[in-house]
Design a protein around this ligand. Structure first.
Ligand SMILES: Cc1ncc(COP(=O)(O)O)c(C=O)c1O
Length: 386
């Protein structure tokens, strides 16, 4: 997975650190863009997955727009060269300051998540003497069949405007002199590996589009959000997600009218596989029934296992050739029992000082990192930095 010379470089770097395989990232970007272009879909990369500046510049350079969920993400996207007219801004709780900032920057579209938000954006746009372009983020009540914490498109979730509120939303928009309705937005969840979920979404979106066309409202932009999953179990076998099937599904199942444009907002599928978290073994502890590996990386560098009980492949990089293998609970140093990356993980015999890799950590790792326990922030390196 890593060449001996790269491994040697890893041994001279302060752990823990994030490592990003730039050639794989570029390959992924090219693959995603090729499929999107083929099906005439515009891509907006979801910054929340990874907002590392060097990575953002590469993503921007491949022709992506940006999907942001905070004013600071909008600011970061602009700093990294994304054009304002390719930036969409979602989020269930945008502050007045964030809205004002994005209006001043003339972003492409606000994905509005409530009727009250429509009113606030209109008032702020009026005070800035501007018109804000908006899309209604609609909660389609479609089950993403993924972990409950990354399911967003059910009525019980806080996101989006519910179907029964659409009439009221339209009447607010009609009365709002500084809003322009340019689209509809949907995002039903993340790490979706059962692609029939997207087909179900398309069928639901078709019904919703009909509702609008019955009211003679033309919707120019349809944004289907992100959510394409990656293979956490076999990162070497499936390093690039199936963008071809993903993009083709929307063209196949959506009833798109002439003049309508499609947009997607992938995050995880773009960056997850190119990232690795490299950590050092501080201690190996014998427990009553379990042996523990204590790493110098913890939930502060990768919170997904603690937050979502998610799986990441873990491998011993420097002790891989040892014959004995053993089952370990691989944990971090943080004062929380949930600070555990994997239970009963089969690994070659592991010793203090070994380098360990936690795979598929390009998405929702560095961007979710914390300084809990007053930990130093881990550094991040792209392939060309080492
Ligand atoms: C509105 C929106 N768009 C896009 C994404 C990106 O999702 P993913 O990383 O699963 O592609 C998210 C993630 O939660 C989101 O909330």
């Amino acid at each position: 997975m890593f060449s001996p010379s790269l491994l040697k470089k890893f041994q001279s770097v302060q752990t823990p650190f994030y490592y990003y395989d730039t050639p794989l990232l570029l390959n992924t970007l090219k693959t995603a863009k090729r499929s999107a272009d083929k099906y005439e879909i515009e891509l907006h990369y979801a910054l929340k997955a990874n907002s590392n500046k060097k990575i953002l510049k590469l993503i921007k350079g491949t022709g992506f727009g940006a999907d942001c969920v905070s004013g600071n993400e909008v600011k970061r996207a602009l700093e990294c060269g994304f054009k304002a007219d390719k930036i969409v801004f979602a989020g269930v709780g945008k502050s007045d300051e964030e809205i004002r900032f994005a209006i001043k920057k003339n972003i492409f579209c606000f994905n509005c998540e409530s009727i009250d938000e429509l009113k606030v954006i209109n008032d702020i746009a009026k005070s800035e003497k501007k018109t804000a372009s908006i899309a209604l983020r609609i909660n389609p009540n479609v089950n993403a069949n993924t972990h409950k914490y990354i399911t967003t498109g059910l009525e019980e979730n806080k996101f989006g405007i519910n179907l029964w509120e659409l009439e009221s939303a339209l009447s607010v928009i009609k009365k709002s002199s500084h809003l322009k309705l340019i689209g509809l937005h949907f995002h039903v969840g993340s790490q979706i590996t059962d692609l029939t979920v997207f087909k179900t979404l398309c069928i639901k979106v078709n019904e919703i589009m009909e509702w609008f066309s019955n009211r003679t409202i033309f919707i120019e932009n349809i944004n289907l959000g992100g959510g394409l999953g990656v293979d956490y179990y076999n990162p070497d076998k499936n390093p690039i997600a199936d963008f071809e099937t993903y993009c083709s599904l929307f063209r196949k199942f959506l009833k798109v009218e002439p003049g309508q444009k499609l947009h997607l907002e992938p995050g995880r599928a773009i960056v997850a596989q190119c990232g690795s978290l490299i950590a050092k073994v501080l201690f190996v502890k014998k427990g009553v029934q379990t042996n523990f590996i204590i790493l110098d990386a913890g939930m502060t560098e990768l919170i997904r296992p603690a937050l979502y009980q998610s799986y990441h492949k873990i491998e011993n990089l420097t002790g891989a050739k040892r014959k004995e293998s053993c089952k370990y609970d691989v944990t971090g140093p943080i004062c929380e029992s949930s600070d555990c990356f994997g239970k009963a993980v089969d690994m070659s015999e592991t010793k203090r000082g070994d380098l360990i890799v936690i795979r598929t950590t390009g998405a929702y790792a560095e961007s979710m990192s914390l300084d809990y326990n007053l930990r130093d922030r881990a550094k991040a390196y792209l392939a060309e930095d080492l």
